[in-house]
Ligand binder design. Structure first.
Ligand code: LRH
Ligand code: MN
Ligand code: MN
Length: 386
């Protein structure tokens, strides 16, 4: 049996990037709820992300979405984040909210619209220069709703061309990270619907182009940990967008619906060398907190990832390999499940305290007065959405 004390040093490497949009108001197509204390500026979003890091020690970076987080001076914003105790991480592009992109962006049949979408990405690369960000993450809403509506084959060629133009502007230590999603907002075909399509495109671009796996972007019953294993084998797993789903792209708190899936994913990450100081895989959250308080929602999320990481580290890999080699089906399964069923919460609390962090970050946040303060202070102005 592997013990908590044996794996504890490996927990120090954990860093989870939080999304700026988790702190803004969000909802569904039916209703966006406003909540007291919601940030009115990008700086206030950074303050909230920094609070998550202070209470957990787990979230040293915040990802931005352009243009949601557009500011005049990204150098100043970067210094603001540093003073707050965090860094700016991934820059996410957005070609899904401009009327011009109704029929597509990087895949549009009109070269002028494609150029506009490419130019938006070049602007994001400029932002990366100012923030020192490594990753440009691209998720496309591109697709069609009706059979025959679009030339789905030509759009692959246009996409390849657009991505190559964007990629050419990245420096060698920056990465293009391409995210796939099975459907939505397009309901018939999507231009980057799956990991295979994402892989084909990033492979054509080069070493510094990789895939983002958003855990909510698959068909029901997809074996997501298999995709993790495969992309890691190929050196093409760039990042995760972690969240939990019941039905589609629900963007709920990671590990809430199916902690066992999160455990299985993290086991394959560790098994494949995707965790640790030498790994380049970025762990990110991509979530929205529509009905719960946002900062505690984010704290719960990073804690869930930490908890399942600890359990996945506890898998006795030697015993597992021995059972697998012996063809011991149930013995191997038991080794795996023994780790999953190990309750690490008390050990993690003690470990946090030994590092000067609150043993129970949820309780510490609730007692800190931060929530009351932002609810009292952030009146007037316009709350930010997404
Ligand atoms: C698309 C997505 C993508 C976007 C984010 C807001 O569904 O997962 O990562 O950038 O949501
Ligand atoms: Mn995502
Ligand atoms: Mn999504």
């Amino acid at each position: 049996m592997t013990t908590f004390a044996e794996i504890a040093p490996q927990l120090e490497h954990q860093a989870i990037e939080v999304p700026s949009w988790a702190y803004g108001n969000s909802g569904t197509r039916f209703k966006v709820f406003g909540s007291p204390g919601t940030p009115r500026t990008v700086e206030e979003k950074i303050d909230d992300a920094a609070a998550v890091h202070r209470f957990t020690g787990l979230a040293p970076k915040v990802a931005l979405h352009i243009p949601w987080d557009m500011v005049d001076d990204f150098g100043a914003l970067t210094r603001y984040a540093k003073d707050a105790g965090i860094e700016i991480g991934t820059i996410n592009s957005n070609t899904f909210q401009d009327d011009d992109y109704k029929l597509g962006g990087l895949t549009h049949h009109d070269p002028a619209i494609r150029q506009k979408a490419v130019d938006h990405h070049l602007e994001c690369i400029e932002v990366m220069g100012a923030t020192g960000s490594r990753d440009l993450k691209i998720w496309l809403a591109d697709g069609s709703n009706y059979p025959g509506q679009a030339d789905i084959r030509a759009r692959q060629a246009w996409l390849a061309e657009s991505l190559a133009t964007i990629h050419a502007q990245l420096s060698n230590d920056q990465r293009l990270v391409l995210e796939y999603k099975i459907f939505e907002p397009a309901f018939y075909h999507t231009d980057v619907p799956d990991w295979g399509t994402a892989l084909v495109h990033v492979q054509a671009l080069g070493d510094n182009a990789v895939v983002c796996l958003d855990t909510g972007h698959h068909a029901p019953s997809t074996n997501v940990e298999f995709i993790v294993a495969q992309l890691l084998r190929l050196g093409k797993l760039g990042s995760f967008d972690f969240n939990s789903r019941n039905y589609a792209d629900d963007d709920l708190i990671v590990g809430s619906a199916d902690p066992f899936q999160l455990f299985r994913i993290l086991f394959e990450v560790i098994r494949g060398g995707g965790y640790g100081p030498d790994s380049e895989v970025a762990f990110m959250l991509d979530q929205c907190h529509n009905i719960e308080k946002k900062i505690p929602g984010q704290i719960r999320s990073v804690l869930n990832v930490q908890e399942m990481t600890a359990r996945a580290l506890l898998v006795d890999r030697q015993a597992l390999a021995a059972a697998q080699q012996a063809g011991d089906v149930l013995g191997a399964h038991q080794v795996f499940m023994d780790a999953f069923y190990t309750d690490v919460r008390a050990d993690l609390a003690a470990w946090r305290e030994s590092r000067g962090l609150p043993g129970d970050p949820m309780a510490a946040y609730a007692a800190s007065g931060y929530q009351e303060k932002i609810e009292a202070d952030r009146v007037g102005g316009t709350q930010m959405s997404w």
